[in-house]
Design a protein around this ligand. Structure first.
Ligand SMILES: [Zn+2]
Length: 123
C-alpha cells in the first residue's frame, strides 16, 4: 500500500479533527496563482473553466428586505454571451429593450414623486 501525503494528514488529524502537533507548524502548501480567463476580459473566473461569469452589478440601494435590486451580469456557458437581467438570460438586444422599459418606468416614478412634492407644497 502506498501512503500519500493526504493519507498521512488524514491519519494525523483523524478522528479528533485536531492537527497533530508535529504538523501544526508546517506552512500551508504553496498555491500557484490562478491564471485569469483567456476568453473574456469581463470574466471573474480563473484557471481552467468553461462557464464564464462577470461580476454582478445591482442598484445602489437594496430593497426594504435587504435584497439586491435589479441584479445583472454576463454569462457565457456555450460560447454565447447573455445578459442576466430580471431573472432572464437575454441577448444584448433584448437587454437593451428591457433597459429602455425600465428607464421609462423610472421616469414614471419620478413623475409620481413630483406629484407628491406638489401635494406637500399645497398643504
Ligand atoms: Zn472565463
Amino acid at each position: 500500500m502506498t501512503r500519500t501525503a493526504a493519507d498521512a494528514l488524514a491519519a494525523a488529524t483523524n478522528p479528533t479533527g485536531k492537527v497533530h502537533p508535529l504538523l501544526a507548524d508546517l506552512p500551508p502548501a504553496p498555491v500557484a496563482p490562478q491564471a485569469p480567463c483567456t476568453v473574456h476580459t469581463w470574466c471573474v473566473e480563473t484557471g481552467d473553466h468553461f462557464e464564464h461569469y462577470s461580476p454582478y452589478v445591482t442598484a445602489p440601494n437594496p430593497d426594504a428586505y435587504g435584497r439586491d435590486v435589479l441584479p445583472a451580469g454576463l454569462t457565457d456557458f456555450h460560447g454565447v454571451t447573455t445578459v442576466g437581467l430580471l431573472d432572464l438570460d437575454l441577448t444584448p438586444a433584448e437587454a437593451r429593450d428591457r433597459l429602455a422599459e425600465l428607464r421609462a418606468h423610472l421616469n414614471h416614478v419620478e413623475q409620481l414623486i413630483t406629484l407628491a412634492e406638489r401635494d406637500r407644497a399645497d398643504q
